[in-house]
Ligand binder design. Structure first.
Ligand SMILES: [Zn+2]
Length: 351
């Protein structure tokens, strides 16, 4: 928490903040965020999805209301609410359509928040809003056209153009993890064989290593070596780990080359657990991607910069997009302090 932004704005009003919540399967990351991306207050709460969706929704509304009250009490003006959720999200209607790990089925979260807090509210998809934040405030800043790819348990992505993430006609754009890269490959969670995430996600890397290295753990337990462990062993010269790592890099390069053919971006931002391998992933991946490009321009390939704050910051940006610039009191007084500002609201589109 910082004290920045307590000075009155140019119009004499209190500085504007967005109330932002990033709701995940295990926890909610929540914050009060200034239009320039400065976090003035942050807190976390357990989701406890096992309680059922109604209880989770009640917690979301309680937390949002508490954050708005805290904004008022500390000299800020809460002007909008942004909520990011996983799964299938209809941002246009403000409905959390479906989520396996939170249990949502057609929850009209936006209208519920508007009724409770009386503030304009935006509902977004967790990966797309994270991409939005990386594109506007993080590693994709100033790139204009950004492809964000999060490599964790699965592989998810989003394409951001001039600060807006495209959702697609059915809310499923950017699912780069389900690009087919090996028709004879392993079965993917979606039911098909050979999707990118069945070969190059963190869980796929751990599974493949266990397959090739033979069982080290007693039968029935989780793989003894996770993706980070495979990366370490590969760096130390373990030939099996090296092979697994190369296979994952090759599959990723195939997927990203397809992404670049479709989107022609300036920057590809890699996030998620596997990207924490840093240059051990990025260096061979850059070379492999370069090998696969013919007439397409090579994108910059960079690690994500905002860590696990990206979803919360993106939810705030989405929220602030709903508010005309002249209704954000004090929006100018610290503009530029974080080296960037939110684009004017006429650049927004539904996401
Ligand atoms: Zn798939």
């Amino acid at each position: 928490m910082t004290g920045r932004g307590h000075s009155p704005g140019g119009d004499g009003g209190r500085p504007a903040v967005a109330v932002a919540l990033d709701v995940g399967g295990t926890g909610m990351k929540c914050a009060l965020v200034r239009p320039d991306g400065t976090v003035v207050h942050a807190e976390r709460h357990p989701t406890d999805a096992g309680r059922g969706p109604e209880a989770v929704v009640a917690t979301i509304l309680d937390v949002a209301e508490g954050l708005a009250a805290r904004a008022h009490a500390t000299g800020f003006a809460p002007v909008a609410v942004g909520i990011a959720v996983p799964g299938v999200v209809d941002s246009t209607r403000g409905v959390a359509v479906w989520s396996a790990n939170v249990g949502f089925r057609d929850v009209p979260l936006r209208d519920l928040a508007v009724a409770r807090l009386g503030l304009p509210t935006a509902l977004g998809h967790d990966v797309r809003v994270g991409a939005l934040a990386e594109a506007r405030l993080g590693a994709g800043r100033d790139a204009g056209h950004v492809l964000f790819v999060a490599i964790g348990t699965g592989i998810a992505g989003a394409h951001v153009v001039d600060g807006s993430a495209a959702a697609g006609a059915h809310g499923a754009a950017g699912e780069i993890g389900h690009i087919l890269v090996r028709p004879d490959g392993p079965r993917c969670g979606c039911g098909r064989y050979g999707c990118l995430e069945s070969l190059a996600s963190a869980s796929a890397v751990a599974r493949r290593y266990a397959e090739l290295a033979g069982p080290e753990a007693p039968a029935g337990t989780a793989p003894a070596v996770d993706a980070a462990g495979v990366a370490c062993r590969a760096a130390a010269g373990d030939p099996v780990a090296g092979r697994v790592w190369r296979e994952a890099v090759d599959a990723l390069a195939d997927g990203l080359a397809t992404g670049q053919a479709l989107f022609d971006v300036r920057t590809i931002v890699l996030g998620g657990g596997l990207a924490r391998a840093g240059d051990q992933l990025l260096d061979p991946l850059r070379a492999a991607l370069r090998d696969r490009l013919t007439f397409h321009r090579e994108p910059r390939l960079v690690p994500a910069a905002l860590g696990d704050q990206a979803g919360c910051l993106g939810a705030a940006l989405l929220a602030l997009d709903t508010v005309p610039a002249d209704e954000k009191p004090g929006a100018q007084d610290s503009a530029g302090a974080a080296g960037s500002t939110v684009p004017p609201s006429d650049e927004r589109q539904e996401s």
